[in-house]
Design a protein around this ligand. Structure first.
Ligand code: ATP
Ligand code: MG
Length: 333
């Protein structure tokens, strides 16, 4: 029974539909581990304060993400699809955990620092600064052992381990120390050559993009800026087109042939990109098909979210009973 298995908790912010970076960085591991672990997949809608002036987009993204999960093959019969804010215990645990997180540790967190710089530090809501604390609460709530994420999230897991250790030292073994697990491609670069493909960065190929959109996006991709003509020798390092070939084109002979010709100036960008678009479209086709199936059956999407959330709510109530007892909040008894 699922109750005996170790647990996975991992999540996504509802800031848009999912992209190739999510697949190679995280979802692939989630799919693979669904049998071995009792999995909690969370839509982290408390953690999108950068979308505070556009609540409608958050609502839409919640639906899109659930559809994308079903489309890639996550299975609500085995795993729990959870909407974070429908379990307000997350907010309570966030506040308690913040007691044991030194401010400096949060300020030094490299991912948070980079994201705040991207948003413009002074206009960032306080809730954005503290989202990694809520992520700790997400992970510790179901007492997860494993957290499969992209590389950018590892600093948050490190902080979670530290806070769990501190809590346990003071109050006894309440929380396991969670481990991070990074995917096959730890950080997929963006179409524009940015170090990370991101939902909020407008540099992504979405899993739901149709074939024409994918081909158009690939045609516009950043390549080797030093190469002006097809006869110029090209560079493979830092070239997103070849990084995507390596990540998503299963025909390794074709990829090797393109690389061999590229470095000696014997192939044009047009051919390299056309072959990438073909490979991506072949990879995305079955995902698009399953997505269309669920888009036509919105009640299945709703049921998946409702069942997973109510299961996670029961677990959260159990954990919070333990936390309140550890903190000796029974003042009135
Ligand atoms: P946003 O830009 O709004 O923060 P995002 O694309 O970063 O969106 P998240 O919801 O923050 O997506 O992250 C969900 C999961 O996907 C995390 O585990 C994250 O590490 C992983 N992930 C996101 N982008 C990438 C990427 N480009 N490569 C690998 N993993 C990624
Ligand atoms: Mg992110």
């Amino acid at each position: 029974m699922s109750e005996d298995k170790k647990r996975i908790l991992t999540g996504i912010r509802p800031t848009g539909a999912l992209h190739l970076g999510h697949y190679a960085g995280a979802l692939e591991n989630w799919l693979r581990l669904q049998d071995e672990y009792d999995c909690f997949f969370l839509i982290a809608d408390y953690q999108v304060s950068d979308k505070a002036d556009d609540i409608d987009s958050v609502r839409e993204a919640v639906r899109e993400i659930a559809l994308d999960w079903l489309a890639v093959g996550l299975d609500p019969e085995r795993s729990h699809f959870v909407i974070e804010s429908l379990i307000p215990e997350h907010a309570e645990l966030t506040l308690w955990l913040s007691w044991w997180l030194p401010l400096g540790m949060l300020q030094r967190n490299p991912t948070l620092k980079a994201e705040m710089a991207e948003l413009g530090s002074n206009s960032v809501p306080v809730a954005f600064f503290t989202y990694p604390v809520m992520q700790m609460a997400n992970i510790l709530m179901p007492k997860a052992h494993l957290v499969p994420v992209g590389e950018d999230q590892l600093p948050h897991i490190e902080m979670t381990r530290e806070v769990a250790r501190r809590f346990n030292r003071l109050f006894g073994e309440v929380f396991p120390e969670p481990e991070g697990l990074v995917g096959r491609v730890p950080r997929l670069v963006g179409l524009d050559g940015n170090a990370k493909m991101g939902k909020s960065l407008d540099n992504a190929i979405q899993l739901k993009d149709d074939a024409e959109t994918v081909t158009k996006k690939v045609k516009g991709m950043f390549t080797d800026p030093t190469r002006l003509r097809a006869t110029d020798p090209g560079h493979l390092e830092g070239n997103p087109v070849f990084m995507y070939h390596d990540a998503f084109n299963p025909d390794t002979d074709e990829v090797q042939d393109l690389k061999d010709r590229y470095v000696v100036g014997k192939v044009g960008d047009v051919e390299v990109k056309q072959k990438l678009a073909n490979a991506l479209n072949a990879f995305l086709d079955p995902i698009r098909e399953r997505r269309a199936h669920y888009e036509a059956r919105p009640e299945l999407v709703r049921e998946a979210l409702a069942a997973g959330t109510s299961h996670a709510k029961r677990i959260a109530e159990q954990t919070m009973a333990e936390v309140r007892s550890a903190l000796r909040l029974n003042y009135l008894e």
